[in-house]
Design a protein around this ligand. Structure first.
Ligand code: FAD
Ligand code: NAP
Length: 887
C-alpha cells in the first residue's frame, strides 16, 4: 500500500508507479497527475517540485513565455517592493554561484531574467505549454479526476488541478466611456508591450495612482513633454532608497543563509523581522517621531508598517502615523493644492497597499507634470483626442491605464470551474470566496489554490508564501499516495470555520475601513469581503502545519479502499485572544492558585499595571462608602457628556479573593464611555478573611448607598443598574434578586459578564475548558473554596441559579464566553431567567475566554460584545423601564 516516494524520484520510476496505481484501482488513468495553471513564480516552483517528486504534469500558461507578473508588467519603472534577496526562491541554495542581484529593488527585466534563469537551470520549460489559456476545469466524480480544457483545444484529464493563476494577473477593465474613439496610443501597465515605448515629446495621461502608477509616473515624466495624472484616491508612499543590496543584509546572508530563510518563513510578512509589540502611545511623542523618521529613512515597506504594534488596529495610532506621511508629502510638494490633493485622508494608512517610490512626490514639482483630482473633476469620457473631465478638455498623444486588477479571485473565477454535482465555483463564491486555508474549497476535490483567498498572499512577501503553499501541496500529494487515497477535499465545517476566522482577523484591524482591492472594492459589483489572511505568515504557516499534524484536520480523504474524515475547526479562539494566550504561555507565569493569598493579590495587582488604560472619561472620583461592616473604597467614572446620568454599580472580578475597586479600571472606563452612564465600581470584603456572605452584604450596602445618594453623585434617581464581571457578575445577579425581595432599591437592569451562578464543577465547560484559557477549573475551585463552604453552595446568595423564583427580576444581559469553565452555568442562568419570563439577552462570545472580554484595547475582538452590553444598558435606562413610568 505504501509507495516509496522520495522527492527526487527519477522520471522512469515515476511512470511505472503511476501505471501500477491505476491498474490496481481500476480507475481510468488520467493523462497526467497534475495540471498546473500559470507559469509565474508559483507555476515554476510547482513544475520543479512536482517533476522532482515523480508526478506527471502539464503547465498551461496564457502568456507567450514564463514569468507571470514579471512577464506582463513591463511598464517603465516596474520593480519589486520587497528587497530582491527576499523576493526570490529559497529552494536553490547555491544560487549565489550563478546569480547576483544588482540592486536592492530589482527591476522587472532583471526579475524576469532571474525567473528564466531558474527555469533553464532546472529544465522547467519542457513542462509548460505557452500561449494557452485554461478555459474550463470540471470534476468528474465517477472517474475521480479533473477534465481540463484550453483555448488551444487541449482536453486533458488530471487527478489534481493547481491554480497558480496569480493574485494580480487579471487586469481590470478601463471603466471609462469612449476609449474606442481615442486615436492616440493606449497602454495598460498590466499588459505593457514588449517593444520599447517612447514617450519623448508626447503628451501623456496616466490614470491611477496605485503602485504601478507611482512607479511609472516619474519615469514617464522623464521622457514626456507633458504628463497629466488622473488620481481618484491618493496613496501613501515612502521613498525606496534603492541602491546596492544592503551590506547588513548581505552579512546576514553570509553568516547563515538557511537561518535567514527560516527566519523569513517564521516572520509576520515573509521577511526576517520581529513583530512589533510596542503600542504607539506607550512611548513618548519624541520617540515616536524618531521611529517614524527611521522607517521613512530605511525605505522598506514591511518595516514601515511594523513601526508599532497597533498601527493597523488603533485609529488614533494610525492617524498619527498617517499625519507623519502627510507632513512629508506637504514638505516635498511645492504647490499647496497639489500637495493637499496628494494627501490621503479618507482611509487609514496601510489599509490600502502602500507604495515604495523613487521621486514620486517630487515629480509633481516639475513644470510639465500636473495632477487632476478626479474626485473633484470626474472624468466624463475619453474623446478622439484626449480626456474630458467635468470641467476641462485635455489633449493627449497617449493614455496609460494603471488602474489595477480584479485581485485574488479574478483569475480563478475567470476559469469555468465546476466541482461535485457540476456546481460552479463562480456561483459558490458569488457573495465572496470561501476556502479552507486559502488552499482548497469544499465541493471541489483535488483542486488547490496557490496564494488563494484566505491565505496571507498579497499581504506578504509572495515568494515566501508561494513556496510555503507549493510545499504544503506537495506534502499533501505525498500523503495521499502514501496512504492510498485518491482525493482530498475540505469539509464544509472546516471551510466555514476558516472563512469566519479570516473575517475575525480582519475585523480587529482597520483594513475593512478602506475601499481597497484587498476588500474587492475596486471592481464594480465585486462582493466586499476581505480577501487575504491578515494575521501573518508565521501564524498561517503554523496553522497549516497543525492541520497536517492533526491528521489533515478539516479534510475528507477518500480512495478506492475507503475514506477518512477528520472534521473539525483548526482555529476556534478569536485571533487576538489566541495571541494573548500564546504570549502568556510563553511567559510561564505562576498560577494564582499556586500562591498564598497575599502573594496572589500582589501578583494580580502587578499584572494590571502593564495594560492599556482604557478610554478617557469625563471625571474619575475615588471615595468611600459605608459597607455592611465598615467603609469600602469606590471609584466613580463620570462620562464626558453633561449630566445628570444614569448609574451603574459595578462589582469587580477576582473570585471574591483578589482585585478591588480599581482592578477593572479599563473595563469600567469603557462601559462608562460606551453607555454614557456613571459607573461606580464598589469594593467588597474578600475571602478567605471574610467568607460568604460578606461580599453579598457589602454589595447590597453599596447599591443602597448609591441609590440613596444618586442625585448627589450626579446621577438620575431611579436609573440604577448593576453590572459585574466573574465573581462580580455573581454579586450583581444576587443583588438583583435581593433588592427585588426587599422591595428596593429598584434596579432597572443587570449585566452579568461571565458570572458563576452555581459553581457546579461537574458541568461540561469545567471539563472542556479546564486548562489553557486563563481561568482554569483548578483556579475556580480555589476561589470557591476560599469563599464558601461546600454546604452553603446551594444558597441562592451564592447560587442565583438555585433561587426558586426568578420572576420579576430586572431585565438582564448575560454574557458567556465559549472557552470559559463558567460558560455553562452562565448559559443555564440565562435560560432560567428566560423561563421565568425575565427579559434576557444572552450573548455567547464566540472564541472568547473568561477574561478576554475585559481586556480593553488588548483583545480588540471583545469590543463588539462590550458595545452590546452598553447598548443593553442604554435600553435599561430608557424611561419606560424606570419605576416612575412603570408606576
Ligand atoms: P503570477 O505571476 O500572476 O502568474 C500567474 C500566471 O498565470 C500568469 O502568467 C497568467 O498569465 C497565468 N494565467 C492566469 N490565468 C490563466 C489561465 N486561465 N490559463 C493559463 N494561464 C493563466 N509581490 C511581492 O511579494 N513583492 C513585490 O514586490 C511585488 N511586486 C509586484 C509588482 C507588480 C507590478 C505586480 C502586478 C505584482 C507584484 N507582486 C509583488 C505580486 C506578484 O503578483 C507576486 O509576487 C508573484 O509574482 C505572483 O506569482 P504567481 O506565480 O502566483 O502569479
Ligand atoms: P491599484 O493599486 O489597484 O491601483 C489602481 C489605481 O487606479 C488606483 O489609484 C485606483 O483608484 C485607480 N483607478 C482604478 N480604477 C479607476 C477608475 N475607473 N477611474 C479612476 N481611477 C481608477 O493597482 P496597481 O497600481 O496596479 O497595483 C496593484 C498591486 O500590485 C499593488 O497594490 C501591489 O500589491 C502590486 N504592485 C506592486 C508593485 C511594486 O512596487 N512592486 C508595483 C505595482 C503593483 P482607487 O484607489 O480609487 O481605486
Amino acid at each position: 500500500m505504501e509507495y516509496p516516494i522520495t522527492q527526487d524520484a527519477g522520471l522512469e520510476a515515476r511512470d511505472d508507479r503511476l501505471v501500477t496505481d491505476s491498474a490496481r484501482t481500476d480507475r481510468p488513468t488520467p493523462d497526467v497527475d497534475v495540471v498546473v495553471v500559470g507559469a509565474g513564480i508559483a507555476g515554476l516552483y510547482l513544475a520543479y517540485r512536482l517533476s522532482r517528486a515523480g508526478h506527471r504534469l502539464r503547465v498551461f500558461e496564457a502568456g507567450d513565455d514564463l514569468g507571470g507578473t514579471w512577464y506582463w508588467n513591463r511598464y517603465p519603472g516596474a520593480r519589486v517592493d520587497v528587497p530582491s534577496i527576499d523576493y526570490m526562491y529559497s529552494f536553490d541554495p547555491n544560487w549565489q554561484r550563478d546569480w547576483q542581484w544588482s540592486e536592492k529593488y530589482a527591476t522587472q527585466p532583471e526579475i524576469l531574467r532571474y525567473l528564466n534563469h531558474i527555469a533553464d537551470k532546472h529544465d522547467l520549460r519542457r513542462h509548460i505549454t505557452f500561449s494557452t489559456r485554461v478555459r474550463q476545469a470540471g470534476w468528474d466524480d465517477g472517474a475521480s479526476l479533473w477534465r481540463v480544457r484550453t483555448d488551444g483545444g487541449d482536453d486533458v484529464s488530471a487527478r489534481f488541478v493547481v491554480m497558480a493563476t496569480g493574485c494580480l494577473s487579471m487586469p481590470k477593465q478601463a471603466e471609462v466611456d469612449g476609449l474606442e474613439s481615442f486615436t492616440g496610443e493606449v497602454y495598460f501597465t498590466s499588459r505593457w508591450p514588449h517593444d520599447p515605448v517612447d514617450f519623448t515629446g508626447k503628451r501623456v495621461a496616466v490614470i491611477g495612482t496605485g503602485s504601478s502608477g507611482v512607479q511609472s509616473i516619474p519615469v514617464i515624466a522623464e521622457e514626456a513633454r507633458e504628463v497629466v495624472v488622473f488620481q481618484r484616491t491618493p496613496t501613501f508612499s515612502i521613498p525606496a532608497r534603492n541602491g546596492q543590496v544592503s551590506p547588513e543584509r548581505l552579512a546576514l546572508f553570509a553568516a547563515n543563509e538557511a537561518d535567514y530563510r527560516s527566519a523569513a518563513r517564521m516572520s509576520p510578512g515573509g521577511i526576517p523581522m520581529e513583530r512589533s509589540i510596542t503600542p504607539t502611545f506607550s512611548v513618548s511623542e519624541a520617540e515616536r517621531q524618531q521611529r517614524y523618521e527611521r522607517a521613512w529613512g530605511i525605505g522598506e515597506l514591511f518595516e514601515a508598517i511594523n513601526v508599532y504594534a497597533d498601527v493597523l488596529s488603533n485609529p488614533a495610532a494610525n492617524h498619527e502615523f498617517a499625519e507623519f506621511f502627510r507632513n512629508k508629502i506637504r514638505a516635498i510638494v511645492d504647490d499647496p493644492q497639489t500637495a493637499s490633493d496628494l494627501c490621503p485622508t479618507d482611509y487609514p494608512v496601510a489599509t490600502k497597499r502602500p507604495c515604495l517610490d523613487t521621486n514620486y512626490y517630487a515629480t509633481y514639482n516639475l513644470p510639465h507634470v500636473r495632477l487632476v483630482n478626479v474626485r473633484k473633476h470626474p472624468i466624463r469620457q475619453i474623446t478622439e483626442t484626449g480626456i474630458d473631465t467635468a470641467h476641462e478638455a485635455f489633449t493627449f498623444d497617449a493614455i496609460v491605464f494603471a488602474t489595477g486588477f480584479d485581485a485574488v479571485t479574478g483569475a480563478i473565477t475567470a476559469v469555468d470551474i465546476t466541482g461535485r454535482d457540476d456546481a460552479a465555483l463562480k456561483d459558490k463564491w458569488a457573495d465572496g470566496p470561501q476556502t479552507y486555508l486559502g488552499l482548497t474549497t469544499a465541493g471541489f476535490p483535488n483542486l488547490f489554490l496557490i496564494t488563494g483567498p484566505g491565505s496571507p498572499s498579497v499581504l506578504s512577501n509572495m515568494a515566501v508564501s508561494i513556496e510555503q503553499h507549493v510545499d504544503w501541496v506537495l506534502d499533501c500529494l505525498g500523503h495521499l499516495r502514501a496512504h492510498g487515497f485518491a482525493a482530498i477535499e475540505p469539509t464544509a465545517t472546516a471551510e466555514a470555520g476558516w472563512t469566519q476566522h479570516v473575517n475575525d482577523c480582519a475585523d480587529i484591524t482597520l483594513f475593512p475601513a478602506a475601499n481597497s482591492w484587498y476588500m474587492g472594492a475596486n471592481v464594480p459589483g465585486k462582493p466586499r469581503v476581505f480577501l487575504p489572511y491578515p494575521a501573518g505568515v508565521d501564524f498561517y504557516r503554523a496553522t497549516c502545519d497543525e492541520v497536517v499534524a492533526r491528521d489533515y484536520l478539516g479534510f475528507k480523504l477518500s480512495g478506492p479502499e475507503g475514506s477518512m474524515c477528520n472534521d473539525g475547526l483548526v482555529r476556534r479562539l478569536q485571533p487576538d485572544v489566541e495571541m494573548i494566550l500564546i504570549q502568556m504561555a510563553a511567559m510561564n507565569l505562576p498560577t494564582l492558585d499556586s500562591m498564598p493569598v497575599d502573594e496572589a493579590r500582589a501578583f494580580y495587582a502587578q499584572m494590571s499595571t502593564t495594560r492599556p488604560p482604557g478610554p478617557d472619561v469625563g471625571e474619575i472620583v475615588d471615595g468611600v462608602l459605608p459597607g455592611a461592616t465598615g467603609d469600602l473604597a469606590y471609584r466613580l467614572y463620570r462620562p464626558p457628556t453633561p449630566g445628570p446620568h444614569a448609574i451603574v454599580v459595578f462589582f469587580h472580578g477576582g473570585g471574591w479573593v483578589v482585585g478591588d475597586a480599581v482592578s477593572d479600571d479599563p473595563l469600567c472606563r469603557d462601559l462608562c464611555v460606551r453607555s454614557d452612564a456613571i459607573v461606580i465600581s464598589a469594593d467588597y470584603r474578600h475571602a478567605p478573611e471574610h467568607r460568604f456572605p460578606a461580599a453579598v452584604d457589602d454589595a447590597m450596602a453599596a447599591v443602597r448607598w448609591v441609590a440613596d445618594n444618586a442625585e448627589a453623585l450626579g446621577g438620575m434617581p431611579g436609573r440604577l443598574a448593576v453590572c459585574g464581571w466573574s465573581a462580580g457578575g455573581n454579586l450583581a445577579a444576587v443583588v438583583s434578586r435581593l433588592t427585588r425581595d426587599a422591595g428596593g432599591p429598584h434596579i432597572v437592569g443587570q449585566v452579568l459578564l461571565t458570572p458563576p451562578t452555581d459553581g457546579d464543577l461537574t458541568r461540561a465547560s469545567y471539563v472542556e475548558n479546564a486548562d489553557g484559557y486563563g481561568l482554569t477549573t483548578a483556579l475556580a475551585q480555589w476561589c470557591y473554596d476560599h469563599y464558601i463552604d461546600p454546604a452553603d453552595r446551594r444558597d441562592p446568595r451564592f447560587a442565583p441559579l438555585c433561587a426558586g423564583d426568578l420572576s420579576g427580576l430586572p431585565p438582564a444581559i448575560v454574557v458567556t464566553a465559549e472557552f470559559d469553565p463558567l460558560r455553562d452555568e452562565g448559559k443555564a442562568y440565562a435560560a432560567a431567567l428566560d423561563a421565568a419570563s425575565v427579559p434576557v439577552e444572552h450573548v455567547r462570545a464566540r472564541g472568547h475566554t473568561h477574561q478576554s472580554l475585559t481586556m480593553v484595547d488588548v483583545a480588540l475582538s471583545g469590543a463588539p460584545v462590550r458595545a452590546r452590553i452598553a447598548n443593553a444598558l442604554r435600553g435599561f435606562f430608557l424611561p419606560t423601564r424606570t419605576p416612575e413610568t412603570a408606576a
